[in-house]
Design a binder for this molecule. Sequence first.
Ligand code: HEM
Length: 175
Amino acid sequence: MVESQFSVETADAIIQSSSLSTHGAYTSVGTYPHQEMVDLVSNLSVKTGIAVPDLLQHFGRHLFGRFVEIHPGMTNAFSDVFSLLSALENTIHVDVNKLYRDAELPTFSYEQDNQQKMVFIYRSRRRMADFAQGLIDGCIAHFKENISIQREELPPQGEEALTRFTLVRAVDVKH
Ligand code: HEM
């Protein structure tokens, strides 16, 4: 994403200024320290002047589109945002864990009492709620739905950050 949306030079520069065990060579089957992503994003923020939360959201949106291309089986099974999000914890991320044994996934819980509204709570030691928000945005764009997201930080529990996302579907106005 950095190469295509900023430049190859920017990607090289942030790799050079981060101290990476891999010197920036990653493969999709490897597992790498989370801190390396944090360093890369922080250095991208310094270089571009764009705040870290904005970069993480942007990356989440971009990555959802890549998931659809790379793992079509995981996303094609769903026809709308609420059904995909409600399957994330018990289906999608479970399959991710089978593919990538060392994956460190967040936990999600959700409540949905009707077709209009869904409350979705993100919980993780990695404190990547901005990235989660970007993925949710990407998911909404993918299904071309009209859904607004409200976000509220909840008190952390130990090392874990908790964020509540409230998704509300716009009501179709019938003329
Ligand atoms: C809107 C839907 C999704 C949301 C909100 C979501 C959220 C997240 C977040 C926030 C993380 C970062 C780890 C953390 O914060 O602890 C993560 C990791 C990950 N997710 Fe999802 N995810 C979604 C859909 C998917 C889909 C469709 C796939 C695969 C097809 C997927 C595969 C992964 C993988 C491989 C990781 C990395 C785990 C690791 O590096 O150890 N996710 N997800």
